[in-house]
Design a protein around this ligand. Sequence first.
Ligand code: S3P
Length: 420
Amino acid sequence: MLVEPAARIVGHVAVPGDKSISHRALLIGALSEGPTRVRGFGRGGDTESTIAAMRALGSFVEDADDDEIVVHGADFHDAEVDCGNAGTLIRLLAGILAGRGGTYTLTGDESLSARPMERIAEPLRRMGAQIETTDGHSPLRVGPAQLAGIEYELPVASAQVKSAILLAGLGAQGATTVVEPTPTRDHTELMLEAAGVGVRRRPTSVTVEPGTPRLAAVTVPGDISSAAPLLAAAALLPGSDLTIHDLGLNPRRTGLLDVLERMGARISIFNRHREGREPAGAVQVQYEELVAAELHPREIPTLVDELPLVALLAAHARGKTRIRGAEELRVKESDRIEAVTDALRACGARIQSTEDGWTITGVPARLRGGRVDARGDHRIAMLGAVTGLASREGVELKGAETAAISFPGFYDLLDTLVER
Ligand code: S3P
């Protein structure tokens, strides 16, 4: 795909429902007593994998509308489940299946099969689970077991690992507590609470009591991680003025807005409300010249999936930006530290990778442009597209279609906002 330079981004839009929350609505819906209606469901490659997985485990999932589904309880019979590209699915599902009494095999695509799985298998074994990885990766094999609650201190800040343990805790004897080194997204806790499960939250830990959820209905707000490329494009292109409505604004997800503000972009938030327990609202971004900003390591989980875009913003922000404490990016859908360095360098940015992030020297001018390979990673595809819009000569984007993993209509929506 050839992405031509753009003058500015102008308009009002909404983006698909949050991917993290959509996965959880399906998984917790399938565990629930009674049907669960999910409005604002974010359809994409990953969440389609979760629908197929729930069906494979005996759940009846009705497609009520483009962005509405109804999930019925699953019987969790023995099955082989293909998790596709979805890390959230394989990890949370392993937690759910560990105490269900069946025998399961969880597989994934090439990218998913390269991602670390001992981080969930190890704590689940401590709970009594029978779970085997394949040299630390998927396929995962889960056998029948009776689980007992544990208190577990996470060695890495990961919402997926936290959620896998909490969901296993629903079927365990006694309470399960997870202690976090740094707060990560809390959608699982919020949804379990909404579903009537006993959840106790403290500043650095969360405890769940065993029980059967009753979710009944969920409305999913827009995905801030899908809004991020649009927000970044508006922050990069002089004269831009973009508003995104009905966006999830959970404070554990909004790090990009804080960083954009510190870099000098003009950000306004209005129509703040809640969708169930999730904060939501509209976000307007207006272009201002950007300056380099410091990122605190504790902020990393609040913008972990937006860090590739932060690197692009930093390349256009006057001064030097150092991003540290982001070593988790090496085990995402691709090694995002190297993927971003290669992509931005090929387009003319001054960027150096480090073990746990980048050092970027920014200049308030357009990058030249060049060739970007998405490497089968949806976030890198969208990074390439935004880089092209903000460049002088455009970007030749290889593997653009992989954006559909999280945001199927991305390029069409972008086209409606771009002024050339
Ligand atoms: C997610 C958590 C994050 C994030 C991923 C979605 C979730 O991963 O990168 O895209 O839905 O819980 P980690 O928990 O592994 O950091």
